[in-house]
Write a protein that binds this ligand. Sequence first.
Ligand code: CTP
Ligand code: MG
Length: 235
Amino acid sequence: IPVAAVIPAAGRGVRLGPGAPKALRTLNGTPMLIHAVRALAASRHVALVIVVAPPDGAAEVKSLLDAHALPDRTDFLVVPGGDSRQESVRLGLDALPPEYGVVLVHDAARPLVPVDTVDGVIEAVREGAPAVVPALPLADTVKEVEPAAVHGDPEPVVATPERARLRAVQTPQGFDRATLVRAHETVTEDVTDDASMVERLGLRVVTVPGHEEAFKVTRPLDLVLAEAVLARRRL
Ligand code: CTP
Ligand code: MG
């Protein structure tokens, strides 16, 4: 079954602070998006990568892809994104040719995911799981709070879920194509990942091991960490 990857890259990156859209910011001189595209195309199973560009930036993203060396065996498409991550992913799925039966959804903001993590997700989908997420145990204890009305006010703790049962999930998340399309057609609530939409359909989502280097570049410190990881890899 041919595998395609959708890379939502249309976000502004508000938490990273002022500057270009997050996916176009550079890490050691190369745009984050190019690192992310290379990370997915590094898997020999991934035959097509669909990049969901900032709404007004599709032309710029196309020329970026043309300007950087990418594997010949992989095809690339660029489509403009939407106002939410969910909408951007849906716009990417709309552009997916019929022959692809397995779809990965991967944040452009996770530029350093190792190929073994990508291949682990693909393998689990090919073995029959309709939805697969890479996951890691948490270092921090997590509290549920009653959110404060005013930012900075103290927030009462409501509960402490048992840490050993919690996982932080990453991307790429992998799906049977029909399942993901149905999830995007059916679920209208706001979500923060694609697998949770499949959970709402009542279907089983499974985890495979994630990787520390698949962390999401979200805040300024994450740029420092990402560049250090790249330097260690000599990229
Ligand atoms: N994304 C997208 N379209 C949007 C919003 C987000 O394609 N309308 C993408 C981002 O480009 C990113 C991924 O979804 O690759 C994960 O989102 P996040 O890390 O939250 O990125 P941003 O939304 O850009 O950052 P912030 O929330 O800090 O603004
Ligand atoms: Mg966001």
